[in-house]
Design a protein around this ligand. Structure first.
Ligand SMILES: [Cu+2]
Length: 208
């Protein structure tokens, strides 16, 4: 009786294993879906002046993979939410409006864009096609509104938390240039080597 149970399972396992390997190697297979595929890069950013710390993105300059997805930035309570978003080149940001008034969305940075003015409940998309650049997001009707989009060259980017801490997960083993983007502050890149399954630590101090 036992062997009659085990035999089909073993056969199933032999069939499934090559399929799993093939999926993992297939071009375009999403790296973040492979929870144990790589290591992580973790650390802390300190900023002077500290008030700009929360507008910091940490990203990898030379990692594989591109975008093509859609990221949502909402306009609610007269703010861009999230205040800072990191996307991958090729991604589209869909700007929503969940206020009771119309908003405009434009950026004077890089190639510049202006999505016009649109009422509550509507949204407007913009596709980002330049990598390694940041954009301020503004509303011509409400001068106090300000947000930022950073466009990374690959999916390995993260906005720091309120304490400046960050973790970039599922990084394939290899050596990378880790860079920091901030609309007002800078720091030099740092090279780190990531091993599978292990965290690698790197810290940054950013300033004018
Ligand atoms: Cu507005």
């Amino acid at each position: 009786m036992i062997s009659s149970v085990h035999t089909p399972m073993r056969v199933l396992g032999k069939v499934l294993a090559p399929i799993v390997v093939a999926l993992a190697l297939a071009p375009g297979f999403s790296t973040p879906a492979l929870a144990d595929a790589g290591g992580s890069i973790t650390g802390k950013v300190t900023a002077a002046p500290a008030k700009y710390l929360g507008e910091t993105v940490v990203y990898l300059k030379n990692a594989p993979g591109g975008g093509g997805g859609t990221v949502t930035v909402d306009q609610k309570a007269m703010q861009f939410i999230p205040h800072v978003v990191a996307v991958t080149v090729g991604d589209t940001v869909n700007y929503g409006n969940h206020d009771t008034v119309s908003h405009n969305v434009f950026s004077p940075d890089n190639e510049g864009y202006n999505l016009g003015t649109f009422p509550p409940g509507e949204s407007r998309p913009y596709k980002f096609t330049k990598a390694n650049v940041g954009y301020s997001e503004l509303c011509s009707m409400h001068p106090e509104m300000l947000g930022y989009v950073f466009v990374g060259p690959n999916p390995y980017h993260v906005v720091v938390d309120g304490g400046g801490n960050f973790t970039i997960r599922n990084v394939p083993p290899g050596t990378y240039n880790v860079a920091v983007w901030n609309p007002k502050l800078k720091a030099g890149d740092q090279s780190v080597t990531v091993a599978s399954g292990a965290p690698t630590s790197v810290n940054f101090s950013i300033g004018r």
